[in-house]
Every structure is written in C-alpha cells, then in structure tokens.
Design a protein around this ligand. Structure first.
Ligand SMILES: [Zn+2]
Ligand SMILES: [Zn+2]
Length: 264
C-alpha cells in the first residue's frame, strides 16, 4: 500500500479510537459521499443541463426535492447512525481491524468484488419480497414515491426497508471481517453505485456502457417508472439475477423495441 496513504491512516488511528472511526467516521464518510454524489442530479434536473441524457421527460418539483432531503437527514441521524453505533461490537467480533499495515490491493479488490456479488444476490431476493402486496403497500411504496428518481432518492425508504436491505450491504463485511479501510471503500463504492442507478440520467460515459453485467441507471429507472407488479429489474447492481429468474422480460422487450425503432 502506498506510503502517503499509510501515513494518513497512521494519523487517523493515533488521533481517534477504533470505535470513533468505525462509527462516527463511517457516518461522516457516508454522508459526504452520499450528498456530494447525489446533489448534482437535483442541480441537473432544475437547470435543465444535459436534458438530452435525461431518461424520463418528467422532472420533480423543488418541493419534492426538498421533502426527500429533509427526510433523508432525519433517517440518517435517527436510523443509520444508531445502527452504526450498535453494530460496532458485532463487526469487531467478526474480525474488523484498523491497525497498520493496510491490506494489499489484491485483498481489497477481491473482498469488495465478493461484497458486490453477495449484496446483489441478497438484495434481489429481499427486493422481490418487498414487492409482495402487503410489504409493498406498507413499506416499499415509500421508496417508489418517486417514479422519476434522482440520485438522493436511492436511500429514500421506510426505516424498516433501510434495516432490511441494509443487511444486504453489511452481510459481506460481517462474514469476512475486513480492514476498516476496505469497509470504508466498499461503503463509498456502494453509495456511488446506488446514487448512479437512481440518477435519472444515462450519459455516454455512464458505467453501464462499459460493463455489460452492470445494470446502471436505465435498468433501475425502468423499475421505478413501471407499475410495481409489472416492473421486474429487482437487482441492485448486476443484470444476471433478473435474467436468470426471468424478471427482466418487460425491460428486455422494451430495449429490443427501442433498437428496432431506431433502425426504422
Ligand atoms: Zn422496488
Ligand atoms: Zn430504487
């Protein structure tokens, strides 16, 4: 691991306790990555910039943007922060560490790849369960309040859903007991990914143009746009779970129609 990174880490672990870093530190990193990556799509929606890359013609009102931000701040402080404080001993028990040396990149990359695959699998089934009638009506419909998603709507959900699907995010790290640095990197990448899929924009430089197994914004935007019993596209990150279990048929049909429409 690069020496400058190690010296930054040394500064952190000599000035703060592991508990402070794993709880308050994780919370602050999550807030910074989430709001910094999520606000640009509100700005684009309001200003009309890059409108040719906007997936839906419809835009959200300033009121709708504000409601989302206010609710998110409340949930982050009242749900996410207490969960981080309470779950620290469990992470510690499963082997979380913060001491030097930092793990090498092969360990970091393979652990994070494993977390993405496991998260996608658990999320897929959890999300399908949330689309059953009772749970949709009482829990998941909150996340679907925004049929035209923008970055910050990615975490806009009922507290029960935050806990339920949040399990998919932490199950990988809980099983492998990673270094805190790896945990932070995973958290940041997972936030960037979910903000991107909810952004409402599909750019020529969007990651789904370069990684064929990655669903991206078009894939998840379809999930929000279509009636909840017909939408499919339940995965968080990849496309193969929906393909394997046949829950992407409507989306695939639409894509074929789009391509044929362009040819005529
Ligand atoms: Zn859903
Ligand atoms: Zn969503």
């Amino acid at each position: 691991m690069a020496p400058p990174l190690e010296s930054c880490w040394l500064y952190l672990i000599t000035h703060f306790s592991e508990f402070q870093l794993a709880t308050i530190g994780s919370f602050l990193i999550h807030e910074s990555v989430f709001f910094l990556s999520g606000f640009p799509s509100i700005f684009l929606e309001r200003s009309g910039l890059f409108s040719k890359y906007k997936i839906q013609k419809k835009s959200n009102t300033a009121e709708a943007h504000k409601k989302c931000v206010m609710r998110l701040i409340m949930y982050h402080v009242c749900v996410n922060l207490p969960v981080m404080l309470i779950s620290y001993p469990a992470f510690r028990y499963m082997g979380l560490r913060s001491s030097l040396p930092l793990p090498n990149w092969t360990v970091i990359v393979s652990q994070i790849l494993f977390y993405f695959i496991l998260e996608d699998f658990v999320f897929y089934w959890g999300h399908r369960i949330l689309h059953t009638k009772w749970l949709y009506k009482h829990v998941h419909s909150i996340h679907h309040e925004y049929a035209t998603p923008f970055g910050l709507t990615s975490e806009y959900a009922h507290p029960a859903e935050i806990l339920f699907l949040g399990f998919a995010t932490i199950v990988g790290p809980a099983l492998t007991g990673p270094h805190l640095f790896t945990l932070w990197l995973w958290m940041a990448l997972r936030v960037l990914e979910t903000v991107e899929v909810h952004s409402g924009y599909h750019f020529p430089w969007s990651p789904s143009n370069f990684f064929p197994l990655y669903g991206g914004s078009e894939f998840h935007d379809y999930h929000h746009r279509i009636l909840f019993t017909k939408s499919g596209n339940y995965s968080s990150t990849f496309v193969y779970m929906d393909w394997l279990f046949g829950t992407d048929k409507g989306y695939r049909k639409l894509k074929v129609e789009e391509i044929e429409g362009k040819d005529h």
